[in-house]
Design a protein. Structure first.
Length: 69
């Protein structure tokens, strides 16, 4: 999930500073950070898309289609 757009941090028990949930897993990521991680792992991004689900209150979903570079 994306940390960009509207996110209800309290509702989902996510620290708004670290973007890590109380359960300890990494929950939210920024679009630029996701792209950088994919590229660093040797992928070329073919498609970038952001999906918004206003009912979930979790924010935006980042969709990436990537292939080995």
């Amino acid at each position: 999930m994306s940390r960009e757009g509207h996110v209800d941090f309290a509702r989902h028990s996510i620290d708004p500073t670290t973007f890590v949930s109380q359960s300890g897993n990494r929950y939210l990521v920024g679009a630029e950070e996701l792209d950088a991680e994919l590229q660093a792992a040797g992928f070329a991004i073919v498609l970038r898309e952001t999906r918004v689900d206003l009912e979930s209150a979790i924010g935006e979903s980042l969709v990436r289609v990537a292939r080995r570079a």
